[in-house]
Design a protein around this ligand. Structure first.
Ligand code: FES
Ligand code: FES
Length: 178
């Protein structure tokens, strides 16, 4: 019998302790041991991005990561994005703008986009910037434009909120003076 190794993960804010064979993939641990089936298996070779999760804030292909290498790490899967049963703004934008069709790529797209939006700190990333960030996530359905639009749309309210109040006031049309 193959020896098993204890691995502790923080998945979506919850501690999970599992005992796994040494080379069991993070993707399989999440799906089989944690019951989180949002991360999908497409190619199984690091090419499609369907299995993307965040590992300590960075997007990784969970099909390429042995779970033991993630010991002690913070993992976020698509199940961790919604709050109290409400979709996150990025998920809402995907739904509203038709950025998800068959849905196979969607969890990975969302998590890669979450990392991009975290890096852009309230700025709306440019179209090319979004396309470059999402280059490792393949979609066979949407033609990508709706996904790019959704990511930028989700960033827009945060960018507006960060705009200094003075600039917002200056941008308002002036009322008629008496
Ligand atoms: Fe992991 Fe395709 S299933 S990159
Ligand atoms: Fe089907 Fe992207 S929505 S692969």
């Amino acid at each position: 019998m193959t020896a098993r190794i204890g691995v502790t993960l923080n998945v979506n804010g919850r501690a999970r302790r599992v005992r796994v064979p040494p080379m069991k993939r993070l993707l399989d641990v999440l799906r089989e041991d944690c019951g989180l089936t949002g991360a999908k298996e497409g190619c199984g070779e690091g090419e499609c991005g369907a299995c993307t999760v965040l590992l300590n804030g960075d997007p990784v292909n969970a099909c390429l990561v042995p779970a033991v290498h993630a010991d002690g790490a913070r993992i976020v899967t698509v199940e961790g994005l919604e709050r109290r049963g409400k979709l996150a703004p990025l998920q809402r934008a995907f739904a509203d703008l038709g950025a998800a069709q068959c849905g196979i790529c969607t969890p990975g797209m969302l998590l890669t986009a979450v990392a991009l939006l975290a890096r852009s700190r309230g700025r709306v990333p440019g179209e090319e910037e979004v396309r470059t960030a999402l280059a490792g996530n393949l979609c066979r359905c949407t033609g990508y434009q709706r996904i790019v639009d959704a990511v930028r749309a989700a960033a827009a309210p945060a960018a507006r909120a960060r705009r200094p109040a003075r600039r917002r006031a200056a941008a308002k049309p002036k009322g008629r003076r008496r």
